[in-house]
Design a protein around this ligand. Structure first.
Ligand code: SF4
Length: 267
């Protein structure tokens, strides 16, 4: 059982009665990204994320993960028979690496049965068990959020060191010579990680040249507030000037609580 809500920006949120959600994000040229959940709640508990501030219930089964894709495809096809999900991101509720067997099974099924190429499937992690992802054919995104070890640990609870993340990025990029390397995700939070004192050390880290950066437009939560848009543009310009690909992930579905970090356990 599930219910749907549509945002003014055409983003669609699916709330499943078991407590998890998926989000369909339309973009230009009839492309549709599906953001899916791998757990109900999230045990990581990043301080700035609603999913992480709620009780963790359980891992999703492979079937439950796959059903998010099938149901979303059916919904889109009802509106227009030529529409379907064109890319899948594991960026919804939960930390995929804590449910890795079901997530890997799901990725293979999404690729084979829904004909979504691995290059259009992305697993986003806070940085757990990265070694297991070294030979992944799909994309890897790592939530960094700060180049400062103390700040990162404080806001994300992650125990993975930034050096471990860098080592992984280097190894991973060796297997992907002419492709994108790891995507580094960075949500800009006012007065926490959005100054030159954050940006300069970020750029001074020894990233492989095919690393790409994804700056996330943050959604206010508790004491954490979004940085000004000008800061996002400033970070983007500096990162591109340093020779890396960088894009800003604009907030979508904010009016229906479907944007990044806004998913609730719906029970
Ligand atoms: S940001 Fe991701 S890893 Fe952190 S609590 Fe939220 S869902 Fe979990």
């Amino acid at each position: 059982m599930f219910s749907t809500t549509k945002s003014s920006d055409k983003t669609i949120k699916l709330d499943f009665s078991e407590g998890y959600s998926s989000v369909i994000i339309p973009s230009k040229n009839n492309k549709f990204t599906l953001c899916i959940s791998s757990q109900i709640g999230c045990p990581i508990g990043c301080k700035f994320c609603r999913s992480g501030n709620q009780k963790f219930i359980r891992n999703l089964t492979t079937k439950e993960i796959i059903e998010q894709v099938r149901i979303s495809n059916d919904l889109l096809k009802k509106e227009n028979k030529d529409h379907s999900i064109t890319s899948v991101v594991f960026m919804g509720m939960g930390e995929p690496m804590l449910n890795i067997n079901n997530v890997l099974n799901s990725i293979n099924i999404i690729n084979k049965e829904f004909h979504i190429p691995f290059r259009r499937i992305t697993l986003s992690t806070i940085g757990i068990d990265l070694d297991k992802l070294l030979s992944a054919k799909f994309n890897i995104a790592i939530s960094l959020h700060s180049p400062n070890e103390e700040i990162r640990q404080e806001i994300t609870n992650s125990l993975t060191s930034i050096n471990n993340i860098l080592d992984f990025c280097k190894e991973f990029s060796k297997n992907r010579k002419n492709q994108n390397g790891v995507m580094i995700e960075y949500a800009l939070i006012k007065d926490i990680n959005d100054s030159d004192e954050d940006l300069n050390p970020l750029l001074n880290l020894d990233w492989p040249s095919n690393t790409n950066f994804n700056l996330i437009e943050f959604n206010d939560y508790k004491e954490f507030q979004a940085s000004d848009k000008s800061k996002l543009n400033y970070f983007k310009k500096k990162i591109i000037n340093a020779g890396f690909k960088c894009f800003i992930r604009e907030s979508r579905g904010k009016d229906i609580d479907a944007a990044c970090g806004m998913l609730n356990v719906n029970l």
